[in-house]
Design a protein around this ligand. Sequence first.
Ligand code: TYM
Length: 334
Amino acid sequence: PTRVLTGITTSGTPHLGNYVGAIRPAVAASRGQGVESFYFLADYHALIKVQDPARVQRSTLEIAASWLACGLDPDTVWFYRQSDVPEVQELTWLLTCVAGKGILNRAHAYKAAVDKNREAGEDDDAGITAGLFMYPVLMAADILIFNADKVPVGRDQIQHIEMARDFGQRFNHLYGEHFALPEAAIEENVATLPGLDGRKMSKSYDNTIPLFAPREQLRKLIFSIVTDSTPPGEPKATEGSALFQLYQAFASGAETAAMRDAFQAGIGWGDAKQQLFERIDQEIAPLRERYEALVADPAGIEQVLREGAARLRATYAVPLLARLREAVGLRDLS
Ligand code: TYM
């Protein structure tokens, strides 16, 4: 079967970008024929950004409940918390030793941090942890450990998947064909969902719409999306409109075409926002109800996660690491 794998970092409350970029396509993919899916909570990754244990734990619960509310079936999908599979760490080291440092120098997140330091007149690496620098290697281990073929992600993650291919290829070249080489799977119409201010929706920009915001808060947030000052009655540009892009991510092709016509015909921003709110709420409302029940039962979620990881380790991770240890010349632990 085709192996589909993706993760979400447990650094905050899941938002609509996570939903359209990762959760929705991944749950749909998991229902296909001939597919084996691996979906996880990237809590080792969270430590790169968040040094607040309570926040990591709360986020883990919220993101787990979100996956389940959106229809992930833990009986047919491998569903787990990254840190419950410590073999990921061991593989990270094996990959670290074949990963080119020059490739990591070019990683977007690291480069952005360096650029910020330069603008501020600081040393290049001021305040940057080795964890941020190594982030792509940890992510490569996530993907390669289960031999994923397809990785559904938003566009911001493509570079990391290319790096995973590169590290996997190098390892295979040195030690034999141990890894499948993964490909990113991108939803074309929603590759990057904009946030309230029109930039990419992201926890780091503080412009997110929480996936399960209560209905009234959802309405308020949608009405706060920035628009230009074109008055009602005048044609509005769909190009570059966050409102239009959000609508497109939730609407059918026919609905999107109708909204495009409405923009052309000069729909007022208030009307357009109301339609967007209704469209999103229609899709999310039934999921929100399930979410509320799930998030109120942390013990139930904990059990699902632990069982998932225990089976997954025994089935794949432990035997793979035994083979890899032997391949590189380390002692057999069994
Ligand atoms: P993270 O937690 O930042 O985001 C999780 C997923 O949501 C997608 N996403 C978006 N998609 C569209 N529009 C947006 N505005 C938007 N914001 C976020 C991301 O592309 C991602 O698919 N490093 C990863 C987590 C990770 C991972 C992995 C993913 C760790 N290991 C292995 C895949 C495979 C991250 O920080 O995603």
